[in-house]
Design a binder for this molecule. Structure first.
Ligand code: SF4
Length: 351
């Protein structure tokens, strides 16, 4: 087993493109492959040929008073999803064990709702410390709006990553949600950061936003020092208020490349909509992003673990487990690691 990379809690490498250049890339004013090559250099510089597989656990579904237009769990959504209250620590524990056995690098617990009550925070804290302590597994939590006290309680329980996506730009936010604001999202990220929890925050592309909205989110996440960025591609389903999404596989690759070039040392995750929107360009996505989900999304099916492992293998990359690289994958690791000895030009910036 080859040792896993020590994770940073905040990004530090400067963006390698400007807002203007990011816009040109999204407008298609520059050829695709040179952009992918440039983004790929940053990917290999910071993450080698490793891929982090995240598994989501939907630990509370529905019953939400919020009206996020892209969500099947929103109030009044009539999506027909099976609603359930917060799972018990025992149920979540079993899910985490299964995710670990399945090869997950990080276990991502997601709850519906505006934000957790104090009672829910206590329950989640108990679960986090058990999974961390006994499974040695990296845990992420996405539970809505947090204040400083709740963030600190989760940190003390061992939480090292909190997900709270910006989803779109400030200018566009009230078109996708009216029950909370973009500022509410920033306040939650600030509370998590002040509790020294690593930030996971991303975007949903394809909800009718303009190109400048996508660029603004990329640079806002850079400003916040977000270390993990899920880039989701919107697929409208029953119950969503937003019912349109027109994305091409090439445009999705351009978006992922922009997020890599603006946030070079952040974990860029090709998120929901990977299968539906990227199609046969999924492999190209792994040359600019270094992370993905397996075993599906909250209320939408996705690739099984085996399919995901085959995609990684086809790209001559290696899955990264919590403890490092699994047996039998060493060859893939050593053959393609863009290390300083073999690729000195990639490390000129270190001099
Ligand atoms: S995204 Fe979260 S807060 Fe918004 S409607 Fe869905 S479950 Fe509720």
């Amino acid at each position: 087993m080859i040792a896993s990379v020590q994770e940073k809690t905040t990004s530090s490498s400067p963006s390698v493109i400007s807002e203007e250049e990011a816009l040109q890339i999204l407008k298609g004013e520059v050829p695709l492959l040179p952009i992918v090559a440039k983004a790929s250099e940053e990917r290999f510089r910071h993450f080698g040929n490793r891929v982090r597989i995240h598994i989501l656990d939907n630990i509370k579904n529905g019953y939400c008073p919020e009206d996020c237009g892209y969500c099947a769990q929103r109030k009044g959504g009539e999506s027909g999803i099976q609603e359930y209250s917060l799972k018990s620590p025992e149920e979540i524990w079993e899910d985490a064990k299964k995710a670990k056995e399945n090869g997950a690098y990080r276990f991502c617990m997601v709850t519906s709702g505006r934000g957790p009550t104090d009672k829910a925070v206590d329950k989640l804290a108990e679960t986090i410390s058990k999974i961390n302590g006994e499974l040695g597994m990296k845990v992420c939590l996405s539970a809505g709006i947090l204040d400083a006290k709740k963030a600190r309680a989760l940190k003390d329980a061992g939480l090292d990553r909190y997900n709270h996506n910006l989803n779109t730009s400030e200018a566009k936010y009230n078109e996708i949600c009216s029950t909370h604001t973009f500022q509410d999202r920033l306040t939650t990220l600030k509370a998590a950061k002040e509790a020294e929890i690593g930030l996971c925050s991303g975007i949903i592309v394809g909800m009718g936003e303009e190109l400048k909205d996508i660029v603004q989110v990329a640079f806002e996440l850079k400003r916040l020092g977000v270390i993990s960025i899920p880039v989701n591609f919107f697929i409208p389903i029953k119950g969503h208020a937003i019912q349109k999404s027109s994305l091409t596989p090439e445009f999705c690759i351009r978006v992922l490349s922009v997020f890599r070039l603006v946030n070079p040392d952040s974990e860029i995750r090709v998120g929901a909509g990977r299968e539906g929107h990227l199609g046969s360009l999924q492999s190209m996505a792994l040359y600019v992003s270094n992370s993905l989900f397996a075993e599906g999304y909250l209320n939408v099916k996705g690739s099984e673990m085996e399919q995901t492992m085959n995609l990684i293998r086809d790209c001559n990359m290696v899955p990264e487990f919590t403890e490092g690289i699994p047996e039998g994958w060493e060859d893939y690791e050593s053959k393609f690691l863009y290390d300083e000895k073999n690729f000195p030009e990639l490390y000129k910036h270190k001099k």
